[in-house]
Structures are given as C-alpha cells and as structure tokens.
Write a protein that binds this ligand. Structure first.
Ligand code: PMP
Length: 428
C-alpha cells in the first residue's frame, strides 16, 4: 500500500476532527480512498507523508501562484514573526498592501482586509445591502462564494461534491433573499429583476467561474450584467477570490473590460496565509464602520504575518510584467497536450481554460453552466484522478474543481503530466 502513513494519520484525524479534515473537499469522498497527508511543499511539488513527490495542480486551491514556499513570501513572514504576530492595532504594512492592491485593480479606491474569502463575500453582500437599502441578492447556480448562509443555495465546489448545495442549517428566511440564476443566461437574470422590482441589492458572480470546474463567461455576458445592474440601481459584485491577482494584475475587470461595484479577494492576495479582502470605490466603502453604519470587524484582520505574505506576493506579481502571460502560455500548452492525449484515446471530454485556470470535464457537450457541468461522467473522473495520482500528479479530488497552474511548473513538469494523462487515458 503506497499511502500507509497517510492512511494511518487519517485514521487518527477522524477520531478528533469531523471526517478527519478541516474543509470537506480535502477528504477523498467524491473519488474514494483516503486523503494524502502533506509533509512539505516546494515550488511545483508536494512531498507527502509516505515519501512521495507529487506535481501539484491545486496549489492550496489557488494561492500558491508562484509555487510553494516562495522565498520572498517565506522570508517576509519569518522576519515579521520575530517582531510579534498580532497586535489588534494599526500597522504600516496594512496601508502598504492596501495601496498596492488599489493601484493594481481598476475601479477601487479602498480595500478592507479580512481573514478568508468567505468573510470577504459575506461582508461585500452586507455592504451592498446597507448601501442600496435592499435585501435580495442574485447568485448563480454552481458558483461558490464561501460558506456563509446566504451563499449555500445551489452552491458549487464542496457543497455540490458532497450533495449539499442547499445546506441544512440555512434558514428559510435567509434562503428566500437569495435568488438563483443560471450562469451565462441573462434572460434568466432579467426575469428575476422583473419579478422583484427595486428589491435586488446586488448580483454576486464568479466572473470566471471556478467552482463547477472552470467556466468562462460567454461573450457579452458580464457586460450585459453590468447594464442590467446600472438600469436597476443594483450593485455588481465580482467574487475574484479565485481570479483576483491570478488572471491579470487587475483580475477579471481588467481581462474582460467590465467594471464591478464591489470586488472580493482571497487566495493569492494572502500569499498562502489566511486572508480575504473586499474593495470598492469611496462612495460605497465609506458606508463601512467606522466611517459609516455597515458593521464589519475582525480580531486578526490585517494580521502582520498575513499582510507580509500578501504584500510580498503582490509585489512579485506587480514587478513581473510577463507573469500572467507566462502562466497562460503554460496552461495552454497543458491544455493542448491533455486534449491530444484524450482524443488519441477516444475519450469524450471538454476542456475549459481561462488564463491559468483549467478543468477537464468528461462531458459530451460544451460546459457553460452548472447543468452542463453536471453532465460530466463521474466514474471516468474518479479513474482519471486515481490514475494520475499513481503517476505522481495531484489534481483536485472532485470534478467540480479547477486546476490552478503555478509559475513554478516547468515545461518538463507539463510534459510529465501530459505523458501521465496519455498513460491513464489508455486505461479509461
Ligand atoms: N469565493 C470563491 C470564488 C471561492 O473559490 C472561494 C473558496 N474556494 C471562496 C469564495 C471562499 O473562500 P474561503 O475558502 O477562503 O473562505
């Protein structure tokens, strides 16, 4: 048995942690088997507790865009830690990272830091409700905005992997304020506005979806949402927790040229430490306490270690004008290689890709929304996942997730991966 030590650790973990994990998708429930325990990671590779080296396509679900244990981030954290790990008082570095983020992303004047993507999205919606004095929001089926109550309505990612897109514990009162639309379907959105006149505070969207696999916005979809929001005095919230500082310096707003009213961040902005953030223009952000009436707070928000990691990460991305193109080129190379390997073996599939996000769906038709994503053949995915794992390639243990490409991957790593896909495809 290859994963002897991991399995033993998992047995112990299950005694004291629900399901043995602190976030559900880490368990291999969707693909079967026991999760792998990590000992360490460096660059593009994970080293597990059984002494194996794996090429990592998850990268902590997105943050490690420049690879694991990226030296400038590690150095920044180590140096900061020696000066104290939390004060609950203002520090200069918070302004430094805020100013840098505001300079990189279009249409934002101010940013507030929190501790997770969930908190960022939850706070963004509260702010939108406080600003518009309306209560309803629109979200799209299959999009995931963290696990706060309003979002666990037809949610993607782990919520759908584990069959609880509508989680028990979310009250009917909360659920009724979340209206559901289909991704890439503006008629559906228009109908919701007609049925709920002057009631919709915000549309929240993953402007490139990543929690039902990767799904790009159809041509004109985001700009039409912008028009609909403008016509109805509704705020457009781009959840850029995955896409922010990954697809472009300025995220999807820059890449697709569509302006959001509020943008949320997580993952890359924290350089691998627990960080989220939300940002908007002054008019909106000034509604937040202590300036305005909308309350939001956090004991560890703006934590010095987290800010040091995030600042080192953003600086590295900001100082490298080619990083996002380089990432996109690597991802395209991987895409073409995987596609050829699957076609040569007669495997029905669809690959979606935007920048450094990519997903392989074992689905016959284009994957454009939650419904078409769900057409994927899960048995084939399971075999694909375990086959790749045996070859030393680690992808997310669910078909409803995106692969995150890191700049630490070399073309040799990509070739190793493509060859592994070819070998596994011949067994599917
Ligand atoms: N929004 C999006 C788009 C996400 O992908 C995620 C997490 N995968 C979240 C919000 C929630 O972030 P966190 O897990 O940091 O709470």
């Amino acid at each position: 048995m290859i994963y002897k030590r991991s399995s033993a650790l998992f047995t112990e973990a299950q005694k004291v942690i629900p399901g043995g994990v602190n976030s559900p998708v880490r368990a291999f429930k969707a693909v079967g088997g026991d999760p792998i325990f990590v000992k360490s990671a460096k660059g593009a590779y994970l080293y597990d507790e059984d002494g194996r080296k794996l090429i990592d396509y998850i990268n902590s679900w997105g943050p490690m865009i420049l690879g694991h244990a990226y030296p400038p981030v590690v150095d920044a954290v180590v140096q900061k830690a020696q000066k104290g790990t939390s004060f609950g008082m203002p520090t200069e570095i918070e302004t430094e990272i805020a100013a840098l983020a505001v300079s990189m992303v279009p249409n934002i004047d101010k940013i507030r830091f929190v501790n997770s993507g969930t908190e960022a999205c939850m706070s963004a919606v509260r702010l939108a409700r406080g600003f518009t004095r309306r209560e309803k929001i629109i979200k799209f089926a299959g999009c995931y905005h963290g696990h706060s109550d309003s979002f666990l309505i037809q949610a993607g990612s782990g919520a759908v992997t584990f069959g609880s897109p509508n989680s028990p514990g979310v009250t009917e009162g909360t659920a009724k304020d979340t209206l559901l639309a289909n991704y890439n379907d503006t008629e559906n959105v228009e109908a919701l506005f007609k049925a709920n006149p002057n009631e919709i505070a915000a549309i929240i969207i993953e402007p490139v979806a990543g929690n039902m696999g990767c799904i790009p916005p159809a041509e004109g979809f985001l700009s039409r949402l912008r028009e609909i929001c403008d016509a109805n005095n509704t705020l457009l919230i781009f959840d850029e927790v995955m896409t922010g500082f990954r697809l472009a310096k300025g995220g999807v707003q820059e890449l697709y040229g569509v302006a959001a009213d509020i943008v949320t961040f997580g993952k890359v902005i924290g350089g691998g430490l627990p960080v989220g953030a939300f940002a908007a223009r002054n008019e909106i952000m000034n509604h937040l306490a202590p300036l305005g009436p909308v309350y939001q707070a956090g004991t560890l928000s703006g934590n010095p270690l987290a800010m040091a990691a995030g600042l080192a990460m953003l600086k590295a991305l900001n100082d490298d004008p080619e990083v996002f193109d380089r990432l996109a080129q690597k991802t395209e190379y991987l895409h073409k290689g995987i596609q050829k390997a699957l076609i040569d073996n007669g495997i029905v599939h669809t690959i979606n890709r935007v920048g450094s996000m990519i997903s392989v769906h074992f689905a016959p038709d284009a994957v454009v929304n939650f419904k078409t994503a769900a057409h994927g053949d899960n048995d084939t995915f399971k075999k694909f996942f375990h086959g790749l794992l045996e070859e030393g390639i680690y992808i997310a243990p669910s078909a409803y997730e995106t692969w995150f490409i890191t700049d630490a991957l070399t073309y040799e790593d990509l070739d190793t991966t493509i060859n592994a896909v070819r070998k596994v495809a011949s067994t599917l």
